[in-house]
Design a protein around this ligand. Sequence first.
Ligand SMILES: *Cc1c(COP(=O)(O)O)cnc(C)c1O
Length: 408
Amino acid sequence: MTTLSPEEDAVSRGWKALSTLLVTAGRHKDSVPKEGSFVNPPLHRGSTVIYPSVAAMRDTEGLQYEHHTLYGAMGSPNQHELEKVVALIEGGSHSQVVSSGLTACTLPLLTFLSAGDHCLLIDSIYGPTKRFSEKVMKKFDVEVSYYPADISVAEIEKYLQPNTKVIFTESPGSHTFEIQDISALSKLAHQHHIKLFLDNTWGIGVFKPFEHGVDVSVQALTKYANGHSDLVLGAITVNNDADWHLLRDTAIALGEVGGSDACWLTLRGLRTLGARLEKQSISALTIAQWLQEQPEIERVLHPALPSCYGHEIWKRDFSGASSVFTIVFKPSITSQQVIDMIETLEFFAIGASWGGYESLVLLTDGEIYRNFPNKLLTGSACRLQIGLEDPQDIINDLHNAFTAIWRS
Ligand SMILES: *Cc1c(COP(=O)(O)O)cnc(C)c1O
């Protein structure tokens, strides 16, 4: 067995610890039927659920909170199997699977906010969550405002209003990867009777939201959970019955579901999440460290590196890392040079999203909508998602592209 450096251990430790849970959750040899069965559960497609008698149908009343299949638009057996596993990974009491990661952001806003309330979002929140808040929540008379991603919790308090009901944060933040002190933020929120929402997509498996006082945790299962870039799906996890009933009622009221095929594939993807991320997180760190040494790079925004805002909190609160991060170039490198470099790369496809088995690159200049100036983005920047390729091939690819565009 190769020995890991302390840095490699810090990004991959959590994945090792989680691997057995990921493989065994919801599967036990005692539940295998006498006549035998396949390893993976069957795929169930359906709308109507039929019953042998009126009495049997009436007996299902009230079971909508019990992950019971009542109607296709309220979830399928595949969705409910996945919900139980996601709740275990997130460490909450119940999860609701929904049609996309974006819906996982919007459904809790619709659930926990009413006209006249105020919602405070972190500036580095996933962009489409901002778009929804601006375009939809404001229409229903919910006030929306933002706080900078690089201020202390004491400073965040100044952004609260008497009618603030939700703080929606993301840690690390989209594109700029600022890590937040979630424990301190949840204390502040609860002192003011505010619910704290966390978009925990980057931290899946390696950040335990409910141990830090989060009320609602959001996952884009599209990303590492599914891991193969072939579907979109999301999940919302809460940690008590009252919140669960409100969330579930809203999902049913909207007819919000995750399709059976997507749920089946995501549950299959989750079985290998530990193995994929153990490798991808170490590869990403190796590549991030190499990039940090290159003369054209101003800084690398990866939570496991000291140049990332909140690195010390990452060390304290996270048991690992995922494999997406941002590089910021020196001001002497032009945006056009970065575009040319990106287009020269062999192993990086150009694309948004992340979390698959393949490497991706995304130019982020001006693509991210911010309400406050960001001190970290001092030059042209791009986000890298590192896949399962050999990290040395990726480093060679980056080296060749740098050489072709500005080193020759
Ligand atoms: C991708 C992403 C989402 C949305 O997921 P989709 O399934 O693509 O809608 C939400 N939050 C974060 C942090 C994401 O990266």
